[in-house]
Design a protein around this ligand. Sequence first.
Ligand code: NAP
Ligand code: GLV
Length: 311
Amino acid sequence: MAGALLFSSPEDDPLAWSLALLALMPELEIRVSPDLGDPAEIEAALVWKAPAGELSRLSRLRLVISLAAGVDRLLEERALSPSIPIVRLGEAGMTETMNLYVLHAVLRHHSEIPAFERATRERRWDYRFPRRARESRVGVMGLGLLGGGAARCLAEQGFDVAGWSRSPKRIPGVSSFTGRDSLASFLARTDILVNLLPLTAATRGLLDRDLLYLLPRGARLVSCGRGETVVEADLLRALEEGQIAGATLDVFAEEPLPAEHPFWAMEGVLITPHCASAAIPEIAAKSVVENIRRLRAGKPLLHRVDRRRGY
Ligand code: NAP
Ligand code: GLV
């Protein structure tokens, strides 16, 4: 007998997801956390920030589908047997909202909007000559589904765009920098750095003081991958010292960002509450249903996460 699907996310709408999934697979039985019913009847779990220990209660779990593009939390879940495959959703409608977020953040820095906001508060007429897009060199760290999409979108707007990833990429209008050896030259040509790296052993704490000081003085940072890829104390110092002239931060080591965190009061820092992008149920349901069908038919799964790589 086919098992049930557990839906577990404090941030996604279970009704919207259920409707989208049932439209494609009316026979699917969906359980919504925390009402698991008999946990042994659950064969697959669709999750983001599942409560601690919940997945370990599912004794017959055969598949974990991540609602998030970033799978770092799932890979850290000790109770989850490495033999259970983890898949992502694929495009899932995430690139549109991420492109908008990154485009807005980059345009805001490029057009000196924070300076105009300050001047507005101070009733100062602070004329600055308008700058063409190609005068800003944008560097995108991580050229996967989201970083690659954002880099392409920025290039289409005329920005001078480069990207950094593990393997070389061919994206129209985007220069490709690959691996550690090219990191310094990638950073040296970057006025606005967009961080869309996944959190892995190799990227944890990568954006530290040394890296931030390889950027030209006065560079800006847009960070919307994972908070732990940035050493927050080093970023604060770089902001205080003027090495980084402004930052748009969507992700943090601790979320929600604690009220006493110095970022809140830092001049030039804009904070958004980890809302750059999310999967759209009507678009993503197709990939969930396809993977459940493949699981049941013993066929290869789509968008499978490489546990050794960490993303
Ligand atoms: P992805 O498709 O897995 O792409 C990851 C990219 O990072 C790839 O280009 C990969 O290089 C590169 N990369 C990984 N490790 C690297 C390293 N050590 N050095 C250089 N490059 C490295 O991921 P995605 O879908 O684009 O998403 C990226 C991240 O965005 C997610 O992991 C998640 O944390 C975050 N995210 C945030 C939000 C939000 O709302 N703020 C929403 C969605 C996702 P290769 O291509 O060479 O493998
Ligand atoms: C959100 O942060 C995601 O990884 O999808």
